[in-house]
Design a protein around this ligand. Structure first.
Ligand code: RB5
Length: 149
C-alpha cells in the first residue's frame, strides 16, 4: 500500500518518525515535505498529499502540523478527501470504520510519539464497515457536490 505523507515545520519531527515507522513496516511512502524545520505554510502540503490521494496515486495519506488543525482543514477542501484529525486510538478506529477517512491528520505538538504511532497503526489496519455507514458517507459526498459548484 502506498501512503502519501506531509507536514509543515510544526509537524516535521513527527512526520519523520511516522515515515520511518511506515518504511519499517514495508509500506511504500511518498513524502511531500516538509524536508526540514524551515517554516512552510500547511495548506501547500495539505493540498499535495490530498491530491495524491484524490488522484489515486496513494491509497491513503497522513498529514501533520503543529495541532493537525490547519493541515486537516486544508486537505478537506479537496473534493473526495475525508481527513480525520485524531488524538486517540478509538477515534482512529472509528474514523476508518464509520467515516472511511482517507487521510489521517495528527498534531505534532499535541501527541507523544508512542501514542501517535499507535494511532497510525490502528488507523491503517481498520477497514471501512460499509452498510449504514456507506449511506452516511454518500451523504457527505452529496454535500460536496451541492456546495462545490
Ligand atoms: C505553525 O506555527 C502552526 O500554526 C501549524 O503547524 C498548525 O498548528 C496550524 O494549524
Amino acid at each position: 500500500m502506498k501512503i502519501a505523507i506531509g507536514s509543515d515545520h510544526g509537524g516535521f519531527q513527527l512526520k519523520e518518525t511516522v515515515k520511518e515507522y511506515l518504511l519499517d513496516k514495508n509500506y511504500e511512502v511518498e513524502d511531500f515535505g516538509a524536508y526540514d524545520t524551515e517554516s512552510v505554510d500547511y495548506p501547500e502540503i495539505g493540498e499535495k498529499v490530498a491530491l495524491s490521494v484524490k488522484d489515486g496515486e496513494s491509497e491513503k495519506g497522513i498529514i501533520v502540523c503543529g495541532t493537525g488543525l490547519g493541515i486537516s482543514i486544508s486537505a478537506n477542501k479537496i473534493p473526495g478527501i475525508r481527513a480525520a484529525l485524531v488524538s486517540d486510538t478509538f477515534s482512529a478506529k472509528m474514523s476508518r470504520a464509520h467515516n472511511d477517512a482517507n487521510i489521517l491528520a495528527l498534531g505534532g505538538r499535541v501527541l507523544g510519539t508512542d501514542l501517535a504511532l499507535e494511532i497510525v497503526d490502528t488507523w491503517l489496519k481498520t477497514d471501512f464497515e460499509g452498510g449504514r455507514h456507506e449511506r452516511r458517507v454518500n451523504k457527505i459526498k452529496d454535500l460536496e457536490s451541492k456546495y462545490n459548484k
